[in-house]
Design a protein around this ligand. Structure first.
Ligand code: ADP
Length: 613
């Protein structure tokens, strides 16, 4: 049979280079990666056997075969195996989205290996210890197998082989030991046993090695971790299990275990990761909960088991009373699954709440990584919004640290009955916005909401603890400040009318008490689209008309006063039209908005400055 030589995809090549030259000190983990892949392949095989009699295998296992003479270590499974196309597609390329980003982060990271598992490139980690890797595989039910080999230097070979056993075997040709790079002797059985015990004890299939007496020994205990009482499991075992299912090399932030007894029994072991996955906000991003039925792996990525806004939670749910053949369609409608989902969501929220009161640092990490996802839950009226708001925190004018709503409410001034907020793209932009001036001046705290999702949920969530949410940039101010007097309003009427006619982009012009230092600002109608939302819709390719907003003037500002006097004296002066334009442009700039014609604005401004310097 002919041997084909193929090139690794460019990103895969770069990643391999990182592995080959890896300085990561803990190279043992390559074995964990191989065993993890073998275990996944066995899960898939068992599942396939449930629906197709011919694929059934009774003796699912992993063999680890050290060979000191050949200086090789082989990890062999009788799992699902791969076709030739799968080998090329799965091993020769990195198909996942976010690869370029992955590589950038890997290159910048001091511990690149820490990121490896997270991006599903585990197999390549063999090149940390190998100068050649051979993979022999036959897909269950297929007549022929494939032999794949590479030295990790840019190309690999594939050839068809007739007599490969079903499943996959990976042979790692170990580099000569030079003693300096901390390589253990991976052909030593005691070393292998230690690594398996450490990283893969919970794997549900036997990991076997040839025993010195010629027989076989099983290296792992195979105990399903979620079935063991929490008091009997070491924290480290949970963390190792987490890394196995989450492809993450960092420890989780929280471990949650749960057991339901009664008519519908299930066990759940959930983890809150310490950092967000790179695809958290991608539409096809992965969900983290696996479904087992009576210890048998059934489904990866079960979206039905947790609401979308908790999609970052990883773990396992093992239900006793479901059919092994359950499909996604049935899952979606199953009443028990809906109950599980509600219970798990509640438990996760309760855990976050405990974190909030018990471990502020942990909570802060949690909220920084996952807050924007959690807040998506507020968009769904069927969710328990109160529970979500209870664990939310927001930047605020009250200080550098984010505040919870309960804390905000506790600080509310006498007579204040609303929770004031302002949305925008960044804290700096919002914080400097003229809209905040009067609130600041009078000591009212304003929440600074800068996640894109904030723009949306504030429209749909009416209140927290009976306190309405109220935007400081929407509609008229309702601060208990002195209203602008009628007399004053009267004297300004001609100017306001004229500005309304002159400035085509504004809907209305009025006086305000919301400003103390700035001459003018723009406000949206209550219920109208905010500029940030408009931008977001446009970025998503939607055609939204620019909403015309209301120009509000500060009657105490010298510029506004001067403009009124000038308008009384020389209403027809074209220079006044330019001043009006500059005033409007300045209001837009102050809130971080984009001028329709920046060049024209710059020219008007320069001309004006030329006359005053
Ligand atoms: P990951 O396991 O994170 O997906 P890997 O690079 O380790 O990334 O493996 C890539 C893919 O190759 C796996 O997702 C799996 O589809 C396939 N694969 C790897 N090892 C095996 C194996 N022992 N048996 C079957 N398929 C495998």
């Amino acid at each position: 049979m002919t041997t084909e030589t193929l090139e690794f995809q460019a990103e895969a090549r770069q990643l391999l280079q990182l592995m080959v030259h890896s300085i990561y000190s803990n190279k043992d983990v390559f074995l964990r990666e191989l065993i993890s892949n073998a275990s996944d392949a066995l899960d898939k095989r068992r599942l396939a056997g449930l629906t197709d009699e011919r694929l059934r295998a009774d003796d699912l296992h992993i063999d680890v075969v050290p060979d000191p003479d050949a200086r090789t270590l082989t990890v062999r499974d009788n799992g699902i195996g791969m076709t030739r196309d799968e080998v090329v597609g799965l091993i020769g390329t990195i198909a996942r989205s976010g690869t370029a980003e992955t590589l950038r982060r890997l290159r910048e990271s001091k511990e690149p290996a820490e990121l490896i598992g997270q991006f599903g490139v585990g197999f390549y980690s063999t090149f940390m210890v190998a100068d050649r890797v051979t993979l022999l595989t036959r897909k269950a039910g297929e007549p022929t197998g494939v032999r794949w080999e590479s030295d990790g230097e840019g190309t690999y070979t594939v050839e068809t082989v007739e007599d490969a056993p079903e499943g996959t075997s990976v042979t790692v040709h170990l580099r000569p030991e030079d003693g300096e790079d901390g390589l253990h002797d991976y052909t030593d059985l005691a070393t292998v046993r230690r690594i398996v015990k450490r990283y893969s004890d919970f794997i549900a299939f036997p990991i076997r090695a040839a025993a010195p007496d010629g027989g076989e020994q099983t290296l792992n205990s195979m105990k399903a971790l979620w079935a063991r009482p929490r008091s009997e499991v070491a924290e480290e075992e949970y963390h190792e299990f987490y890394r196995h299912i989450a492809h993450d090399w960092t420890d989780p932030l929280e471990t949650i275990s749960l057991r339901a007894e009664g008519t519908f029994e299930y066990e759940a072991l959930l983890f809150i990761p310490a950092r967000r996955p790179h695809d958290l906000f991608q539409r096809d991003g992965s969900h983290g909960v696996q479904l087992y039925v009576k210890r048998v792996f059934i489904l990866e990525d079960s979206r039905e088991l947790l609401p979308d806004h908790l999609r970052f939670v990883k773990g396992v749910v093992d239900a006793a009373d479901l059919s092994l053949n359950i499909s996604r369609e049935i899952l979606q409608q199953d009443r028990h699954i809906q109950l599980i989902r509600r219970r798990l969501a509640k438990k996760v929220m309760a855990t976050v709440k405990e974190m909030m009161t018990g471990d502020a640092d942990k909570y802060r990490t949690f909220w920084r990584e996952f807050g924007p996802a959690v807040k998506e839950g507020l968009l769904d009226p069927a969710e328990d919004r109160k529970a979500i708001l209870d664990v939310s925190s927001f930047a605020s004018t009250a200080g550098e640290e984010p505040t919870s709503l309960a804390e905000y409410v506790a600080r509310m001034k006498d007579g204040q009955d609303k929770i004031y907020y302002m949305t925008g793209e960044s804290r700096a932009q919002v914080e400097n916005s003229p809209h905040l001036e009067a609130f600041r001046a009078q000591g009212y705290e304003v929440l600074l909401l800068t996640d894109p999702v904030d723009e949306i949920w504030v429209e749909g969530v009416p209140e927290y603890e009976g306190k309405e949410f109220s935007s400081v940039a929407h509609g008229a101010v309702d601060l208990p400040v002195e209203e602008v007097s009628e007399e004053r309003t009267g004297s300004y009427a001609p100017l306001l009318g004229w500005l309304g006619e002159t400035l085509a982009d504004v809907k209305d012009v009025r006086l305000t008490s919301r400003l103390t230092n700035s001459p003018a600002c723009l406000v949206s109608d209550a219920g109208g689209l905010t500029p940030t939302l408009e931008k977001m819709y446009r970025a998503m390719g939607q055609d939204v008309p620019t909403a015309r907003r209301i120009l509000e003037l500060n009657p105490d500002h010298p510029l506004v006063e001067a403009l009124r006097t000038a308008h009384e004296q020389r209403a027809d002066d074209p220079a006044l039209t330019e001043t009006a334009e500059l005033l409007y442009g300045t209001a837009l700039l102050a809130e971080g908005g984009d001028l329709a014609d920046p060049a024209r604005f710059a020219k008007l401004l320069a001309d004006r400055l030329a006359r005053t310097v």
